[in-house]
Structures are given as C-alpha cells and as structure tokens.
Design a protein around this ligand. Sequence first.
Ligand code: GDP
Length: 452
Amino acid sequence: MVLAQLGGSISRAIQQMSNATIIDEKVLNECLNEITRALLQSDVQFKLVRDMQTNIKKIVNLDDLAAGHNKRKIIQQAIFNELCKMLDPGKPAFTPKKGKTSVVMFVGLQGSGKTTTCTKYAYYHQKKGWKPALVCADTFRAGAFDQLKQNATKAKIPFYGSYMESDPVKIAVEGVERFKKENCDLIIVDTSGRHKQEAALFEEMRQVSEATKPDLVIFVMDSSIGQAAFDQAQAFKQSVAVGAVIVTKMDGHAKGGGALSAVAATKSPVIFIGTGEHMDEFEVFDVKPFVSRLLGMGDWSGFMDKIHEVVPMDQQPELLQKLSEGNFTLRIMYEQFQNILKMGPIGQVFSMLPGFSAELMPKGREKESQAKIKRYMTMMDSMTNEELDSSNPKLMNESRMMRIARGSGRHIREVMEMMEEYKRLAKIWSKMKGLKIPKKGEMSALSRNMNA
Ligand code: GDP
C-alpha cells in the first residue's frame, strides 16, 4: 500500500529508540531525525516536516520519558497526533443529504483518476439508495465523454454530455438543470483535467463552478503525486472552493508523502480513497484508523466493521467469542484460512489487522498468497487434534514438525515458516482477549480501548 514504507520506517525508528536503556536528548533526537528523514524521503513537504518535528519536541517531555513512562507509546502517540493533524483540517466536509438535491463538482489534473472516481462516488451512493447522475463537462480530452458514458452505463447511472458542444459551462448547466428536474439527489459534474496547472484550466473551472453553484467541490489527487503536490493543490484551492479531497491509487506502491502534503495544502478533509480500478474499490476515509494502520497500530474499528459487513451473520457470534477468549489455536487459523479461500471478501476482514495485511496477503499478490495459504492448510491437515487445538506453540517440537513435513510432503523449513506465521498472528489475536462483543455503532469506543 501507498505510504507503507513510511509507516514501516517510523515504527522502526520508535522501536529502536525504545530499546535504548536511557532515553536522553541525544537518543530522542536520533529518533526524530530518523523520522524526519523517512518523511522527507517519502516526499512530504519540508516545511510540514520541520513543523512536525518542532511540535513533537514540544509535546514529548524528556522528564516523562526518564520517569519510566512507556516511551514508545508517548512518542508514537505524538507522531500519531501530528500525522492526524496533517490529514484532518478539523472541520468536516459538506455532506450531501439523501433525497435533497446536491451538486458535487470534481476537479483535478488529467490522469488523477477523476472520471473513474466520479463513477465510484455515484455508484457508492446508488448502492445506498441515492439517485445519482453524472454530467461530463470535460470537453478538452477526446474520449472523456465516452469513458464516462461507458462507466455510467455499466453502473446504470443516468448521464449527460455532448459530442458536439465544446462549451463545458453550457453542458454543465444543461446537465444539472435536467437532473434537477428528474429529482436526482446527487448531481456529479466531471470537469476537464489538464496535464499541468494552467491558467485556462483554472478559468474554465471557475466558470463551471460559478454557473452550477456546486454544494461541494472535490479535488481528486493521485497518491503518487510527488514534491510538486503541495503547490498544485494550493493552486486548485485558490481557484475554486475545494471542500474535500479524494486520494486515488492507494493500492499502488507510491511513496505517498506528496499526497499527504497536498491534503494539508487544501486544508480540506479526505473523504474517500480509491484502492483499485474497479467501481467498488472505493473506501470511506477516516483519519485515525488510517494513521493507526500506517503506524502498525492496527485498525480495530475497521476490523469490527468489516466483521459485521462480510462475515455471515450466523458465524459472527462464534468468531467474536473466539476473539474474546484470545486463544488462537492452529485450528482457528485453519478455519480462517478456509474462510479466506472460500469467501474471498473475508480476506478484507483480516486485512484490517496489521499482521494479516502487510505480510500474509499483500494486495496485488492475491494468487501467491492463496497458494501459500493452501500450502499451510495441507501441512495442517497432517496435524493431530491435540496439535490443532493447542494454543501453546512449544508443543510443536522438532520431531512433531518433522512428522508433519513428512506427512504433507513439504520441507521442515516450510513447517517452521508456518509456525512463525502462526505465532505472529497469535500475538495479534491475543490483543483481543477480553473483547467486549460490540454492537454496530459502538466501534469507536472499542477502537480507543484497543489502541490504548
Ligand atoms: P482522469 O483523467 O483524471 O479522468 O483519470 P481516469 O479516471 O481516466 O483514470 C486514469 C487511470 O487511473 C485509469 O486507468 C484508471 O483506471 C486508473 N485509476 C483510477 N483510480 C484508480 C485507483 O484507485 N487505483 C488504480 N490502481 N487505478 C486507478
């Protein structure tokens, strides 16, 4: 995932610092320098990094650290807060209301994923019972209307555009008027993107905005945007009243710091992220769980939400019960692997957990991951009930592992690798011990407890 490297570097820097016996100014500075380097290497704007460093220094009190407080937690919390601040302007975006007409205008550079995102946004709302419609006011890029038309048709969303008319303002106004008459509650206007910021693009945007009076302007930004991001985002913000941001291509491997800076420049909240080319690869964005995941702290609220969303109702109580007991046996691992292979989407549940996502099931390498899971299951098929139901990894001594390897036709090294995976997942699982099984809507309290 985008920013994964940054998250990893920050976590490592904190870990190294907390390994030191005495935390003095020198050790703290080393840690902060390491974090600064990681942020700059990820393309976060210099000024933002400098401010962040100053703020962390102000917050982290060396006396507290010396007095034996949990150093890792104090620093991690300070960094967590600073990253959240960068992504959260503190004021929510305008939220359209179902049943009441809202006009939402999309702006961004060409190739940022604007047209794709317009459809994803419409489709997301349509699934929730809205009546969205799409207007193509991009008369600059040949094929833009065809692309929107194709996407809209696939999702059965009404659309408006023209092959003949070259005035984007006229098309935008006509489209908005038509869909207002048709009582659509979410009218989405896609505007032209150009290769780089240029006066004509901004003038056109201003005119479309003046003519259609959007309730919300969404700035679409590619997560791989580099150092130039901050200035570009600011230029958009100065031309039209950007009220929210959607960051696309979060499924890639971009450094992502440019996007972080750009979001800070717009002083607007990120409301969704794009995580793939498909229509439903689109997620609501929530700052705290996102930063938690980035820093390897886990996204517990997302995890619980996903359980409710994708685990069949009748399996939920049992799974949650097992979670609350905190005893992660090989049999539970086996059953969850079965679920992943059988149901596909349940993989999404576990991708919310730090360990499951990054290493066991990296996005884009699903085939490999599936093969690995199948291999693990074959080895587990050669285990005894005692082995499967024990939550004591010490039980699995060398002679048992040799037997399993022989029985499944695999190398002992692979059995050992699987046991390492098991121990890693068991550690994550154990954090959920004593979990109060929450109902939907109680997630944030749970999230706070888990991250504490
Ligand atoms: P526009 O020029 O800004 O309207 O960009 P498009 O909507 O045409 O998108 C440009 C390319 O980015 C297309 O190939 C899209 O399929 C792709 N794209 C858009 N969003 C995402 C995303 O979230 N993830 C990935 N992997 N590709 C995306």
